[in-house]
Design a protein around this ligand. Sequence first.
Ligand SMILES: [Zn+2]
Ligand SMILES: [Zn+2]
Length: 93
Amino acid sequence: MGELGEAQQRGAACVWCAQTLTAETALDLGERRIKVLDGDITAFPRGCRPCTADAAYRALMDHAPRCEQCVDDAGRCDTGVALRRLMREGRRR
Ligand SMILES: [Zn+2]
Ligand SMILES: [Zn+2]
């Protein structure tokens, strides 16, 4: 994540496409420490469903082959489980 606008930091807009989010369209990405000009802040980023599903898929493809736990038993890796959950929820209509 690079530079985020103020609305994106608050979770009011998608962190990827900047679309304004509602409770219906948003997926919670969890609390994140992100870097801004004057240091780290805690943000609560949210994404719209298509962006989140897409980003979760790419993150999983990047993560899974390099994660011993995922190769071994994907159900026991917190990261893998969280990414799969985001993918599922993002694709649900
Ligand atoms: Zn989006
Ligand atoms: Zn993993």
